[in-house]
Design a protein around this ligand. Structure first.
Ligand code: 5GP
Length: 122
């Protein structure tokens, strides 16, 4: 899939669309999801243009990948989540991905169950 430079997250990175930023450095931007599905719902996106998890891991430089995940951890530290969190990344139709710029959802403030997550699929 070719990267679409007009996707919503590309516009957020270019500051064409506002977002509520919780953490940012050279490699990552982390901001509140506009339609939260948990009491705390943050999106962490690399500043480099990759469409999804597979594109990022197959094509990004190792340092970019490492720095992104260090940034996800820095985001989590900044959020102070002593009760934990869930990380989610969707790809493609089966994953339910809507925005074609690689991102990790950080969900917290509720007790999630992996079994509940798959209930609807059966
Ligand atoms: P996906 O389904 O692609 O994994 O997740 C995309 C997420 O982006 C959704 O949870 C959706 O609510 C969020 N989102 C879509 N448009 C915007 C926007 O303009 N601003 C922000 N902050 N989040 C958005």
């Amino acid at each position: 899939m070719t990267y679409d430079h007009d996707n919503i997250f590309a516009k957020i990175l270019r500051r064409e669309i506002p977002s509520k930023i919780v953490y940012e450095n050279e490699y990552i931007l982390s901001f509140h999801d506009i339609a939260p599905i948990a009491p705390l719902h943050i999106l962490a996106i690399p500043k480099t243009p990759y469409t999804d998890f597979s594109d990022f891991h197959q094509n990004a430089d190792q340092n970019i990948i490492i720095q992104f995940y260090k940034g996800v951890e820095q985001t989590i530290l900044a959020l102070n989540l002593p009760n934990g969190y869930r990380l989610v990344s969707n790809k493609g139709e089966s994953g339910g991905q809507e925005v074609p710029h690689y991102h990790v959802h950080i969900l917290s403030g509720a007790q999630f169950s992996t079994k509940e997550m798959f209930k609807k699929a059966h």
